[in-house]
Design a protein around this ligand. Sequence first.
Ligand code: SF4
Length: 358
Amino acid sequence: MSDVILSTHELHKRFTSSRGVLGAPSHIYAVNGVSLSIRRGETFAIVGESGCGKSTLARLLLRLLDPSEGQVIYEGQDLTALPAAEMRKLRAQMQFIFQDPFSSLNPRMTVESIVGEPLLVHGTLSRKERREKVADLLRKVGLRPDHADRFPHEFSGGQRQRICVARALASGPKLLIGDEPVSALDVSVQAQIVNLLEDLKEDFGLTLIIIAHDLSVIRHMADRVAVMYLGEVVELAATEALYTTPRHPYTRALLTAIPVPMPGARGQIAALGGDIPSPANPPAGCKFHTRCPYATEICKTTRPVLENAEAHQTACHHWRSLPPLGTDAAVTAPRSAATEARFALYRDAASKTAGHSK
Ligand code: SF4
C-alpha cells in the first residue's frame, strides 16, 4: 500500500467573474499550480490569510469543485477523470467538515436523520441497525444517544460541530478534510473539538487535512504544514521545523501576527499588513514581492519554485540570505478598501461555483 493517500499535480482553479473592467469577464486565479502529497495517517494543515485559495484547494481535493487544470489522485485514482457516479461512491471515503456548524446542518432534520443520512446513502443497514450506529457515533463524538431525537437548534455551537463530525464519520471515511473546523466556535470550545479530532483520528485510522488561518491551532495538531499565498504553496515543512525555522518571508510574517484580543474575533490572527494583490491580476514573478521587505529585481520577474528535493520546501529566491529570525522588517501597511472589496468578489465567485458543483 502506498504511503501517499492523496496527491495533487499542478492543480489550477480559475473563476470567471463578469464584474471585470467595463463589465468584461475577468479571471480570478484562486489556485495556481499546487502539487502536494498527503501521507496516509498524517494531519496535514494548509494555512494562509483569507483569500489565499486554501478553501478552494480543499474543495478541489474532494472534487466539490472541478479544477481548471491538473490532477487529484486519491488511492491511485485520478478523481478529475472519474464519472460522477464513481465519484459519489468514493465520497464515502472522503468527507468534509464545514466551517460553520450553524448553517451546515438542516434545521428541519433530527440529529438521527442528519447523522444517519450517509448510512442510508452509502449502506445497507436496517432502520434498527442505523439507529444503533447513530447512537454509537454520537457517543464517540462526546454526545448522548438520546440527542438523536433532537433538532440542531437545541445544541450549542460546539455540540453542532460534534454532530457534523459524527455525520462525517458515518460513512466510514479514510480521509477527513476540515475547512476551518473550529474558527466559528468560541475559543473555549475550539480546544475540545481539536482534541476530539485528534482522538478520532487515532480511533478510526484517519488522515486529516485541516484548513486554517489560526496558526496556534495548527501547531498542536498538524504533522506537516503548507503555507499558501495567492493560490500558491510558498512553504511546506514538518510543523516543528516551520514554527522554529520558518524560511519564507510570508511565513515569518504570519508567525509574528498577533492574536486579536476582541470578543467575537474567535481566535483569528491579525491580518498581515499591506495590500494583497488582486487574484484577478496577480503580479509577475514572486507574488509576495509587492509586500516583501526583501524583494529584489529577480523577485519581480521570476517565479520562485518550491525546492522539492528537500523535506523543508520554500519558494523564495533569497531564503538562505534573510536576516536572523525576529529581526524582520515590519509589513505594517493597512489593507485598503479596494483589497477588501476584491476579497468579497473572490469569496462570492468561489461560493457560487461551489454551490453549482455539489
Ligand atoms: Fe520576498 Fe523575493 Fe523571496 Fe518573494 S522571492 S518572498 S519577494 S525575497
